[in-house]
Design a protein around this ligand. Structure first.
Ligand code: AMP
Length: 192
């Protein structure tokens, strides 16, 4: 793990992302790369504890870089993973919680900053919740979306639409920072 002279501004980064790999190979590659960069920056990963899709890729990327991974996973998802014969993510610290609400709360509490990679409605729900709490003034933790090949551009367009229709209370808070590159994510968080 890096012992760089740059002291990390954040201890722990929470990454929200798909439990699927997606159809473009770049998604898994970028998730793995982000994991390596988190480890290199001496930050810990907080994530949902899954071992499949982009979730597994980012966690493996951190572990391969010698970093610390904390997965927070509800009991019913552990059972589902076991039924699917998922491998253990050796080296990760897994915390079992009773339900999704406990998990989301714990992920929020432990994280200093958030990243969303491509994903499905689970990822969307998680990132929107963080932005909603920010809009309500409940926290100031930054969020960056990795706009892989324009993946999150429709989210920006939806925000434009809502703002135009007069429904966004604090437009800048509903709009996360966007990065077109994996390398841009941590600098964007640190500059926020
Ligand atoms: P999605 O973007 O719909 O794939 O959902 C991603 C989110 O769904 C994750 O952050 C988790 O909250 C949850 N999730 C779905 N499947 C799993 C799984 N097998 N293990 C852990 N979390 C999962």
């Amino acid at each position: 793990m890096a012992t760089s002279t740059t002291k990390p501004a954040f201890k722990n980064i929470c990454v929200y992302c798909g439990s699927s790999p997606g159809t473009d190979d770049r998604y898994v590659a970028e998730a793995t790369q982000l994991g390596g960069l988190i480890a290199n920056a001496d930050m810990g990963l907080i994530y949902g504890g899954g071992d499949r899709g982009l979730m597994g890729a980012v966690a493996r990327g951190v572990l391969a870089g010698g970093g610390k991974v904390t997965g927070i996973i509800p009991t019913f998802l552990i059972k589902r993973e076991q039924e699917h014969g998922a491998d253990e993510l050796a080296g990760a610290d897994m915390i079992e919680v009773p339900d999704m609400h406990t998990r989301k709360r714990m992920m929020f509490d432990r994280a200093d900053a958030f990243v969303a990679l491509p994903g499905g409605i689970g990822t969307l729900e998680e990132l929107v919740e963080i932005l909603t709490w920010s809009q309500l003034g409940q926290h100031d933790k930054p969020m960056v979306l990795l706009n892989s090949g324009g993946f999150w551009t429709p989210y920006s367009e939806l925000m434009d639409h809502m703002e135009g229709a007069g429904f966004l209370h604090s437009p800048h808070r509903a709009r996360p920072l966007m990065s077109d590159t994996v390398e841009g994510i941590i600098p964007a968080l640190q500059a926020a």
